[in-house]
Design a binder for this molecule. Sequence first.
Ligand SMILES: Cc1cc2nc3c(=O)[nH]c(=O)nc-3n(C[C@H](O)[C@H](O)[C@H](O)COP(=O)(O)OP(=O)(O)OC[C@H]3O[C@@H](n4cnc5c(N)ncnc54)[C@H](O)[C@@H]3O)c2cc1C
Length: 376
Amino acid sequence: MILIIGAGPVGLATALRLHQNKIPFLIVEKRENINIASKASTFLPAVLPYLDEMGVLDGIIDKGIKISNIKYINLDDNAELTLNIHEIKNECSHPYRLHLEQSYLCKEIIKKLTLSSAECIKTGIEFLYYINNKTGITARCRNDKNEIIQINADWIIGTDGINSQVRKSMKLSLKGYDFPNPVLRLFFKDLPEDIKHKLAGVTYFIKTKETLSILQMKNEWRVIIRLENIPKEQLCNTGFQLNYLNGFFDNNIWLSAPTQYDLYWVGQKLVQNNIIQRAMLIGDSAHSTNTRGGMNMNFGIISGILIADSITHFYHGDITESELINSQKMRLIAARELLLKTTESLLTPQTIIDDKRFSNECFRTDFIKKCSLLNS
Ligand SMILES: Cc1cc2nc3c(=O)[nH]c(=O)nc-3n(C[C@H](O)[C@H](O)[C@H](O)COP(=O)(O)OP(=O)(O)OC[C@H]3O[C@@H](n4cnc5c(N)ncnc54)[C@H](O)[C@@H]3O)c2cc1C
């Protein structure tokens, strides 16, 4: 049996894949209910075929919005560039991004899993630590009555997020750095017409080296701002937020305060090793990166599905244990390459506008593929 710790998008996608491959598993989640907080909200073209294949895309697609255009606008000189994901339609089955809160995917997977086996998800149970035994691992957990329970499994997979307890139990840590300034997200039901007519599904505006991005969701717009050295209290002040937007666009058209806002901190971090004996780390427990359109979550989901397939091959005797271990190690190499390295998929909006290579179709499609994680 495979023990999965944490019912976030990565743990749930891993579990669903194991379930559909008929490999026994159990997910243990410390919360009573899944986390519905607003977090990642972009499903990239690389992950959509997997969700489709596992039968969960149909249940969520109408709850979100399909986005194909990404636009870069420099307000200083009005230079702009639009990239259209449809340009890669011959190379991927879902040439669009789905803008939708990650919690919708979690709910859909839980619905699918519990329909066939209500016993496969145990909520209100916190994983504490594990020890190795002769055939696998023994995990110690605490239930909501404060009782310690013991679970034996062949393998343990830590998909328990950035503060992973499984990672601590493996005596590993994330190495890298935290960005000193938080990201400010403002949620608007509607935007001023003067701005709206310029927008694509994702729009990056640049002005005097500052960047602001606007994301279209099904029923709202999200404005994402990265400001340096502004005290938290000021960032949380709606008067300051509106002044900043009006200043950025040189007008006084932002009159209504956002319906909601939040601040979150990001970093660029990777674990040194993602597998030790019978314990593995997948998702935020193994890596964190800046937002960049859902890359961290999407990469984690793909890793979970690929590892579930490798585990299946191992159970069927099609691959050896060392081949399974290698497939997990490859995900660490891929994470270093795709999430952390300054590859071309991480070009800044200004460099993208300036880069003459974008007039070349091959260069453009290659770039769109990288941003869509189609090389993962
Ligand atoms: C405000 C915000 C905005 C974000 N925006 C983006 C974005 O734009 N793009 C992007 O790629 N990513 C974004 N992220 C990050 C994204 O949400 C994560 O990459 C994603 O949630 C990772 O999924 P996961 O399943 O690995 O971990 P999580 O979603 O963190 O799930 C971990 C689960 O494990 C459970 N758990 C933790 N400890 C234990 C324990 N000891 N025992 C049992 N269960 C436990 C938790 O309760 C949780 O349910 C954002 C995050 C935040 C907070």
